[in-house]
Design a binder for this molecule. Structure first.
Ligand code: RM4
Ligand code: MN
Ligand code: MN
Length: 385
């Protein structure tokens, strides 16, 4: 039990700056009071989540949504708040120029513009001290025949090569895949295999990023996790949960058993520890629920899945597996999943000097009212759709 608690204490879950801003669907963005107005206030909100959970010590940035005049100053602000700046996420999907794609666009000038932004983001990483560049491309086509699938792969490979060459030895490139949306016919990085192949071409600093919301229904995500871990190419996660498509809802909300099965592969693969290089990041949007408590809940959901995965009796599991005891082996997993780990986590939090009930503590703190009163004037961060 001491080992399990130590692992839970040292867990590191990164929250996304964009989850603190207003967001919505293509139908409506609902605004909320107290939403941050700039990157500094987003950092403050991430620090608040860390204060209540103790395991969310970094925040990912999205550029240019989090554009700052002085990134070193933003990093210093984060440090003062007790956290650090995490992955840098370039945005090559929101300019009019990107109608036909970014680095895969048929027009060389648009490709050059997208590449320049990616390289700028590596420069930003040097200022923020970030290790990871998370790449997600909205590139793809809507109609058969619209563009050459092969030529687009070539353009993608060429751009990635240039970005990779810009990385320093301690930096990494995480290549995210997504089945569809916004492209509806073909997506240029639609699945882990495409991402993996590009990463192999590039070198060991290129790693696959698994966003749990980016698969076809029924996909066995834990298989992908196990496969990539075995090949040392699992760079990290964007955790969120989905009922239908890329819903970006709170991780563990739709299918806590799937999250548990993913964490089981992580634990069995020895990848929970920060030294494994697997980055556990959230990628979520809180459209109708208050954002800070939604992120606290999400962090807790990951912790619960992790605690259950750590409870798996690995020796018994191996024994049942080699003896071909199908039900015995499956029972080891279901027993761990059925365990109520909330008391363990409450005691872990107490040992860390935290309130055992982060959700209740946040509500009691009056923080939500405080930021609603303080953050008046200026423009709230968000999609603005
Ligand atoms: C994409 C993908 C990216 C995220 C954007 C906002 O679907 O998940 O990681 O940066 O959304
Ligand atoms: Mn993502
Ligand atoms: Mn997504």
């Amino acid at each position: 039990m001491a080992d399990i608690k130590a692992a839970l204490r040292s867990q590191h879950i990164e929250t996304p700056s964009w989850a603190y801003g207003n967001s919505g669907t293509r139908f409506k963005v609902f605004t909320q009071d107290g939403v941050p107005r700039n990157a500094y206030e987003k950092v403050d909100d991430a620090a608040t989540v860390h204060r209540f959970t103790g395991v969310a010590p970094s925040v990912a940035l999205h550029i240019p949504w989090d554009k700052a005049d002085d990134y070193a100053d933003l990093a210093a602000h984060a440090r003062e708040q007790g956290i650090s700046l995490g992955a840098i996420n370039p945005n090559v999907f929101q300019d009019d120029d990107y109608r036909l794609g970014s680095v895969c666009n048929p027009e060389p000038a648009v490709r050059a513009k997208a590449l320049a932004h990616l390289l700028d983001c590596v420069d930003i990483m040097n200022e923020t001290g970030s290790r990871d560049l998370s790449l997600w491309f909205a590139d793809g086509t809507n109609y058969p025949g619209q563009d050459s699938i092969t030529a687009r792969q070539d353009r993608l490979g060429a751009a990635l090569e240039q970005v990779y060459a810009r990385l320093s030895p301690s930096q990494r490139m995480l290549l995210e895949y997504k089945l569809f949306e916004p492209a509806f016919y073909s997506t240029d990085v639609p699945d882990w295999g495409t991402s993996y192949a590009h990463c192999l071409d590039l070198g060991p600093q290129a790693q696959v990023l698994v966003d749990t919301g980016h698969h076809a229904p029924g996909t066995n995500i834990e298989f992908i996790v196990a496969f990539l871990l075995r090949r040392s190419r699992l760079g990290g996660f964007h955790f969120n949960s989905r009922f239908y498509a890329d819903d970006d809802l709170m991780v563990g909300a739709a299918d806590p058993y799937q999250l548990f099965r993913i964490m089981v592969e992580i634990v069995l693969g020895g990848a929970l520890d920060a030294s494994s290089g697997v980055a556990f990041m959230l990628d979520q949007c809180h459209n109708i629920e208050p954002k800070i408590p939604a992120l606290i809940r999400s962090v807790m959901n990951v912790q619960e899945a992790t605690a259950k995965a750590l409870l798996v009796d690995q020796a018994a599991l191996r024994e049942f597996q080699v003896s071909g005891d199908v039900l015995g082996a499956n029972g080891v997993l279901t027993d761990a999943f059925a365990t109520d780990v909330r008391p363990i986590l409450a005691s872990v939090r107490e040992e860390m000097g935290l309130d055992p009930d982060p959700m209740g503590a946040y509500q009691r703190s009056g923080h939500q009212k405080k930021i609603a009163a303080e953050r008046v004037g200026g423009e709230a961060a968000g999609w603005g759709a």
